[in-house]
Write a protein that binds this ligand. Structure first.
Ligand code: ASP
Ligand code: MG
Length: 403
């Protein structure tokens, strides 16, 4: 008998009819003889609507009260799904994060799950009752309600799967699984049957929005197989699991992209050991995350430093960068927020040379100049002008034979 945790996202529980369909799917798992716990998100865009309500009252709502507010969305969907299951003759019971004791840190809106108590969950499952658990929420040490970041229900589901030592954590959503790239952009994109945790982590970190990044980190750390599949259409979806050493991995698994990038470059920095630290310090002090960092030696021993930040942080980062630039005589700042990043990911790159050459030859044929490049063992990311992002990805998908 397998133990499965299934998570249904907001679109899958967006209406009463859809909740009834979810109940039917959960019932089917039980009829197969599997043990199941279910995690749900709030209905449709109801979390956005809660955010809007708060925005009507306060420009900077109190984070603790925000969590009390935001956590109500999931409380609605767990109750309705439990009712729908009972109506079908499937015993079910809803649980909020605090009823289960999903313990988190106390940073409201961005809390991290530290522990999930399993006693009540196990008792419920053992009694033949389906636990329906609210995603996205937990409690801190004071017993206050916390939320774990937008899109966090995926992570709640994996945390539950880890705690229950489940055989698989299934994320049921509005896409069929993980594709070689976004099929809305490239119609030839192919559904991946299987992908390693490592590759999925890179894809999620580089802009693929199929899964909450933390959920993949959690699943990888505790080695819980994760499956993304459609809650609307039949299909096996994509299995995300440990790399199988007996199966030759494809050279490249996918191309992710992110439009929310901005680039800052300071040219003419003195070649001193502390110059990079001096530039980045005020940026990190302002809590701005820096992504790519490239230091290049210019002529006459001067250095050029380029880095990228999230586009939302662009103006603030630019302000800090302008200020530090003025402290170095002769240094100049250029800033560009019309950039986007694409990333080619594949574990096969580890043992095969030449992927970078193929990638840059393809860009060259399109007349595209890379603005920044960074690599890891299994990833090459390139910053390009936003205007050419789509055409770059279409050509790369073809030239790297992903279709
Ligand atoms: N309801 C929350 C959100 O909209 C959590 C989730 O859907 O995963 O962000
Ligand atoms: Mg989601």
């Amino acid at each position: 008998m397998r133990t499965i945790v299934q998570k249904y996202g907001g679109t899958s529980v967006g209406s009463v009819e859809l909740i009834q369909r979810v109940a039917q799917k959960v019932a089917a798992v039980r009829e197969r003889g599997d043990r199941i716990a279910v995690v749900v998100s709030a209905m449709g865009d109801s979390t956005d609507r809660l955010v809007d309500l708060a925005a009507g009252i306060s420009r900077e709502p109190n984070p603790r009260e925000m969590d009390v507010l935001l956590s109500t969305g999931e409380q609605v969907s767990i109750a309705l799904l439990a009712m729908a299951l009972c109506e079908r003759g499937v015993p079910a019971r809803s649980f909020t994060g605090s009823q289960i004791r999903v313990r988190t840190t106390n940073i409201h809106r961005r809390a991290r799950i530290t522990d999930v108590e399993t006693k009540r969950l196990r008792e419920t499952i053992d009694a033949g009752i389906v636990p329906v658990v609210a995603g996205f929420q937990g409690i801190d040490d004071d017993g206050d309600i916390t939320t774990i970041g937008r899109g966090g229900s995926d992570t709640s589901a994996v945390a539950l799967a880890v705690a229950l030592k489940a055989d698989e954590c299934q994320i049921l959503t509005d896409v069929d699984g993980v594709y070689t790239t976004d099929p809305r952009m490239v119609p030839e994109a192919r559904l991946l049957k299987r992908i390693s945790f490592e590759e999925m982590l890179e894809l999620a970190g580089q802009g693929s929005r199929v899964l909450h990044l933390r959920s993949v980190e959690f699943a990888a750390k505790y080695n819980v197989p994760l499956r993304v599949l459609s809650s609307f259409r039949p299909g096996e979806g994509t299995l995300i699991c440990k790399e199988d050493p007996h199966v030759e991995a494809p050279l490249i698994s996918g191309i992710a992209f992110n439009r929310d990038e901005a680039q800052l470059t300071i040219a003419g920095l003195p070649d001193t050991p502390d110059c990079v630290a001096r530039v980045l310090k005020p940026i990190s002090a302002a809590n701005i995350e820096v992504d790519m960092i490239v230091l290049a030696t210019a002529r006459d021993g001067f250095k050029d430093l380029s880095f990228t930040v999230h586009r939302d942080d662009f103006l603030e980062a630019q302000r800090h960068a302008r200020h530090v630039t003025s402290q170095f005589s002769g240094a100049t700042l250029t800033a560009d927020d019309k950039v986007a990043k694409l990333a080619v990911v594949g574990v096969g790159m580890r043992s095969h040379a030449g992927v970078a050459t193929q990638l840059f030859e393809s860009l060259a044929r399109q007349g595209v100049k890379a603005q920044l490049i960074s690599t890891s063992e299994i990833k090459i990311s390139v910053l390009v002008p936003e205007a050419v992002l789509e055409s770059c990805i279409r050509c790369l998908h073809k030239d790297l034979r992903l279709a």
